[in-house]
Ligand binder design. Structure first.
Ligand SMILES: [Mg+2]
Ligand SMILES: [Zn+2]
Length: 162
C-alpha cells in the first residue's frame, strides 16, 4: 500500500485572494515547492483535495479549476521537478449538503481507493479547521495546519514520523 500527503490547495499551496480561477495568478506560497519536494523524495504521493464551491456558485467553471491545477503543476515541474499526483474536488455549495465537501472524509477516501493508499500511514495538510478535520475524519495519522507552521516544517515533521 502507498502512503500519501493529502493537501488542501488554496492558501495552503497557492495564494488565494478569493475563488482563484485564473492560471496567470497562480503563485506558490513560501516553502511549498521545497516542502513538497522533500515529501515526494520520501516516497509519499501528493494528492490535492479541494473544496471548490466557486463552481457551484457559478463564479467559474470546472475547466478553469483544472487550468489552475495544470499551472500549479507546470510551476512545480519547472522549478522543483515534481508534480501533484492527482486532484480531487468538491464543486458544491455548502447549502447543497453534498457528501464530498470537507470536513467530510469523502475525497480522501475516494483518493485512497483509487491509489491504494494506507490512510492510517498518511497525512493531511491545510489552512482551515475543515481541512484538519477532514484528515481526522478520514483516519489520517496526523493532520497539520499551515497557519501554525510552514509547509517545509510540516514536511520535516512528517518525515520523522514515517
Ligand atoms: Mg484553503
Ligand atoms: Zn461536494
Amino acid at each position: 500500500m502507498k502512503r500519501a500527503v493529502f493537501l488542501d490547495r488554496d492558501n495552503t499551496l497557492i495564494k488565494d485572494d478569493g475563488y482563484i480561477h485564473e492560471p496567470e495568478k497562480v503563485k506558490l506560497l513560501p516553502t511549498v515547492g521545497e516542502g513538497l519536494k522533500l515529501l515526494k523524495s520520501a516516497g509519499l504521493l501528493l494528492i490535492v483535495v479541494s473544496n471548490q464551491s466557486g463552481i457551484g456558485r457559478g463564479y467559474f467553471s470546472e475547466k478553469e479549476f483544472h487550468a489552475v491545477n495544470r499551472k500549479l503543476n507546470r510551476i512545480l515541474k519547472s522549478d522543483f521537478e515534481i508534480e501533484i499526483d492527482d486532484f480531487f474536488f468538491c464543486p458544491h455549495r455548502p447549502d447543497e449538503k453534498c457528501i464530498c465537501r470537507k470536513p467530510s472524509p469523502f475525497l480522501i477516501l475516494k483518493a485512497a481507493k483509487k491509489w491504494k493508499i494506507d490512510i492510517k500511514e498518511s497525512f493531511m495538510i491545510g489552512d482551515k479547521e475543515i481541512d484538519v478535520n477532514a484528515g481526522k475524519n478520514a483516519g489520517c495519522k496526523n493532520s497539520f495546519s499551515v497557519k501554525e507552521k510552514t509547509l517545509m516544517k510540516i514536511a520535516q515533521e512528517i518525515l520523522k514520523k514515517t
